[in-house]
Design a protein around this ligand. Structure first.
Ligand code: HEM
Ligand SMILES: Cc1cc2nc3c(=O)[nH]c(=O)nc-3n(C[C@H](O)[C@H](O)[C@H](O)COP(=O)(O)O)c2cc1C
Length: 500
């Protein structure tokens, strides 16, 4: 392989000719720029430099294999590294940045979920905060997620001897300490240098289950290795299990290969995300992309050149940017048949938002459904998971108890988990609070966040008058407000069989 001089690499520092060094190899990424899911600007900022460290923050090193054939120029001459271009500073002032003047509060000061977000904002760079906190369009679906938990009230029973409580719950036969789990979130390398393995360590130490994202920074094998290492340290005593969130790659061969990797690695179930045929409009991320593009002088670029297939000039992606070859707008219910052939374990559809689709998932033989609007990051004004649960209770109550039902979105208080369980849910997923906890405190933060939620949960059980989760019943909550706002068919011919 040809040895390339650092000075030569440094000359290719613009959109007409863009070279970067990754893991001691030199790549010509000029033609790849318009197709990069994370946008052209970030690569251009690193043009002519060794981009390895920056690259590793966002994706596994083997992503370089996805570059078009012929991109490899040679290996970098190690004696000439000093001649590589020094990285250009971004001129565009971020609209807000990590508040470095603020001290991160001591971990013990985190007594409820919002405290982790405050701490994370003190440490994370602006880009990472945007990635974690962004929501779709005007943010209404995220707001609905947060609000709807408050639209259900408890109907507590008293004098029930609540001295000892047991909050254990099984997901597909795997009992965990809690009826909540860590939701899948991609690109954790932008949140913490140790990324997903650090999140896993916290989960394992506390015995909480976790769903790992396809869009993780580390590979599914590396994450499973971190799990095994932590288990070993604890003499395999932790009940934690890892499940895998599956974004179906467009290419069928790749899609099958990914299932095989996940199976071999030992994940206990796949959660197919079905609410993301295309990426939603992540507004804050769009602003950031525009700022980044302006900072590297892309403003004079004609829109057409950057628009592939009529897409926006600053293409949307994971965490706000399109993932080419990963998100499949062509997926249909019929795909479940070939997936079932490749995967014998539990299959959950993540992102069910109506009773009709819940029923279909059941009829197609899925083992579980996750009612979710992707943390309010996909469809503008999508229903909250609680609203979908109420709809299921009304229009297809027959599936409750026959299929595992999960919910996520906006849960910020452990006692709220009980509301979902009263209405028939198996468990609830929690996303952003764990991401913020990881950002500010690493795995210790994740542990603390689990403790905070668990404390609220068991306190809630006692005050509600139950000592085990199987005592939770629909009549322990008042969901009338959601029921009043629930969708009803225009034709009155469909009878509403409410069990509430
Ligand atoms: C050289 C070949 C590259 C390939 C094949 C590639 C591939 C990808 C893919 C598939 C994604 C989608 C999200 C994911 O799966 O994590 C992505 C996102 C991203 N990439 Fe790259 N990338 C490359 C180079 C780079 C470089 C050099 C940088 C920075 C130095 C970079 C920074 C990013 C960022 C910031 C995102 C968006 C993460 C987010 O906001 O979610 N990429 N890239
Ligand atoms: C930063 C971030 C990244 C996410 N990445 C993924 C992902 O890769 N795959 C996926 O299915 N869902 C993803 N989600 C959605 C979560 O799995 C979950 O549905 C949502 O975060 C729950 O809402 P909450 O954050 O309000 O708890 C992501 C959410 C966030 C906040």
């Amino acid at each position: 392989m040809a040895a390339v001089d650092g000075a030569e690499v440094a000359r290719h520092d613009n959109r007409k000719s863009c070279w970067i060094v990754l893991d001691s190899k030199v790549y010509d990424v000029t033609n790849f720029l318009p197709n990069h899911p994370g946008g052209a600007a970030i690569i251009l900022k690193n043009a002519g430099t060794d981009a390895t460290e920056e690259f590793k923050k966002y994706h596994p090193l083997d992503y370089v294999n996805d570059l078009p054939k012929g991109s490899l120029v040679g290996s970098i001459n190690a004696d000439t590294l000093g001649k590589l271009r020094k990285k250009k500073e971004v001129n565009a002032a971020p609209t807000q940045s990590a508040d470095t003047d603020k001290e991160i509060p001591h971990l013990t000061m985190c007594v409820s979920c919002p405290d982790f977000e405050k701490a994370a904002r003190a440490v994370l760079p602006h880009k990472s905060i945007v990635y974690a906190s962004t929501s779709a369009n005007s943010g209404l679906s995220l707001k609905t997620n947060l609000d709807d938990w408050g639209h259900i009230n408890f109907r507590p029973r008293v004098m029930r001897n609540v001295g000892d409580v047991d909050s254990r719950r099984s997901i597909f036969g795997h009992t965990s300490q809690y009826p909540f789990y860590i939701s899948p979130m991609g690109t954790l390398g932008a949140i913490h240098p140790e990324a997903e393995p650090e999140m896993v360590r916290g989960a394992v130490r506390k015995g909480a289950h976790m769903v790992v994202s396809t869009a993780s920074t580390k590979t599914s094998e590396q994450i499973m290795q971190a799990y095994a290492d932590e288990q070993k340290r604890l003499n395999d005593k932790s009940p934690t299990q890892l499940f895998y969130q599956y974004y179906m790659p467009v290419d069928r061969k790749k899609a099958i290969e990914l299932i095989h990797i996940v199976k071999k690695a030992g994940y206990k179930g796949i959660w197919i995300t079905v609410d993301t045929p295309v990426l939603g409009k992540r507004t804050a991320d769009r602003v950031l992309q525009a700022e980044e593009a302006l900072s590297v002088g892309l403003d004079e670029e004609s829109t057409a050149k950057w628009e592939a297939g009529g897409e926006n000039a600053f293409a949307p992606a994971m965490g706000g940017r399109v993932v080419s070859g990963q998100l499949s707008p062509h997926t249909t219910w019929e795909d479940l048949a070939w997936i079932r052939k490749e995967w014998e374990g539990p299959i959950v559809l993540k992102g069910i938002q109506t009773a009709d689709d819940a029923k279909l998932a059941f009829e197609y033989g899925c083992d579980g459904i996750l009612l979710s609007n992707h943390g309010g990051r996909q469809l503008h004004t999508a229903p909250s998971a609680l609203m979908t649960l109420v709809e299921i209770r009304t229009y297809c109550p027959e599936i409750i108890g026959k299929i595992e039902i999960f919910l996520d979105g906006g849960l910020r208080d452990g006692s709220d988990v009980l509301k979902a369980l009263c209405l028939g849910a198996t468990a609830v997923g929690v996303g952003r609070p764990f991401m913020y906890a990881l950002a500010a405190y690493g795995s210790r933060g994740v542990e603390r966040c689990i403790d905070v939620l668990a404390d609220e949960l068991t306190l809630g059980m006692r005050l509600l008058g139950v000592t085990a989760l199987d005592q939770l019943k629909p009549e322990m909550v008042n969901a009338s407000r959601l029921l009043n706002e629930m969708w009803r068919p225009e034709s009155n011919s469909i009878s509403i069989k409410s069990r509430l």
